[in-house]
Write a protein that binds this ligand. Structure first.
Ligand code: PBG
Ligand code: ZN
Length: 324
């Protein structure tokens, strides 16, 4: 005897009753790119709908996000001046610290997550301090200044810190620094399994963070590795991370599932710039039903095991969910 799977598919209410996965506006974190100035809102050519904004524009944007039900944002700062160690990110008057303060003052009900890295702040575009001899990032020297950056974010009022540089030992370093400064209740969402990926291309335009020489293969993961991907995330869990992440999302959903099955921590996926740009271009050329494909991706993230979705689509998804 065969099973009649169609029985539970024939009626839309029954389909809703048996649906295993859902997406809610509560699942999203929306990335924002902030630079100094006033009245600046510059669209990124490769990412339609994504802007570099000055702080005053970001404050307006938060208003719109709240009206859609999105309360969580992920901040990236674009400094005016870059140098070899990313000094702007270590200064309480730098772009990131000023942005956090302004947002929390105007919108204390927003949940402000900060990307903690150096690539947007360094003149060489790498995620840490460069060792001149090896011409690659010095892990432990970068750890030292990372703790400082975390405390700058925390003192400015960040609600959660998200280190994205893939330095070994970063979670233990940040936890120790934050605890010592009295921020023992500030959560850390680790970019725990982050692959060296071509999907970050458009982001490097918007964040102006492309490396000036070489690539990130010595600190970000090889996309071919599955066991190492699990180890990376579990190592961050053991160092004290509160939330784990896999990035990029779409090509790595097998990794999301495997980590999910090996941890009881909440998990995030980062639906990155290249993934967004591909859908946008397909929409522009009328190649796909854009909203339908977008929602299919969101469901796929949740089905694979993600609790949290960081996505440039967040506003569009919220509008769609709110209209239903
Ligand atoms: C910085 C950082 C990157 C992204 C988030 N944080 C880029 C990179 O590692 O080059 C990528 C986000 C995206 O592509 O949307 N470490
Ligand atoms: Zn970086």
């Amino acid at each position: 005897m065969f099973q009649r799977f169609r029985r539970t598919r024939l009626n839309k209410h029954l389909r809703a009753l048996v649906r295993e996965t859902s997406v809610s506006v509560n699942d999203f974190i929306y990335p924002l790119f902030i630079r100094s100035g006033k009245g600046i809102k510059t669209e990124i050519a490769s990412m339609p709908g994504v802007f570099q904004m000055s702080i005053d524009e970001v404050l307006k944007e938060c208003e719109e996000l709240k009206s859609l039900g999105i309360y969580s944002i992920l901040l990236f700062g674009i400094p005016d001046v870059k140098d070899s160690i990313g000094s702007d990110s270590l200064c309480e008057h730098g772009i990131i610290a000023s942005s956090i303060r302004a947002i929390k003052e105007a919108h204390p009900d927003m949940f402000v997550v900060t990307d903690l890295c150096f690539c947007e702040y360094t003149d060489h575009g790498h995620c840490g301090i460069i060792d001149m001899k090896t011409q690659s990032v010095n892990n432990d020297a970068t750890l030292e200044i990372s703790g400082k950056q975390a405390v700058i974010h925390a003192k400015a009022g960040a609600d959660m810190i998200a280190p994205s540089g893939m330095m070994d030992g970063i979670i233990e370093t940040l936890r120790t620094a934050l605890d010592a400064a009295g921020f023992e209740n500030l959560p850390i969402m680790s970019y725990s399994t982050k692959f060296a990926s071509g999907y970050y291309g458009p982001f490097r335009d918007v964040a102006e963070s492309a490396p000036s020489f070489g690539d990130r293969a010595s600190y970000q993961m090889d996309s071919a590795n599955r066991r190492e991907a699990i180890n990376e995330s579990i190592s961050d869990e053991m160092q004290g991370a509160d939330i784990l992440m896999v990035k990029p999302a779409l090509a790595y959903l097998d990794i999301v599932r495997e980590i999910k099955d090996n941890t009881s921590l909440p998990m995030a996926v980062y639906n990155v710039s290249g993934e967004y740009a591909m859908l946008k271009l397909a929409q522009k050329h009328n190649l796909i039903d854009y909203e339908r494909v977008m929602m299919e991706n969101m469901i796929a993230f949740k089905r694979a095991g993600a609790d949290i979705i960081i996505s440039y689509h967040a506003k569009e998804v919220a509008k769609l969910l709110n209209s239903k």
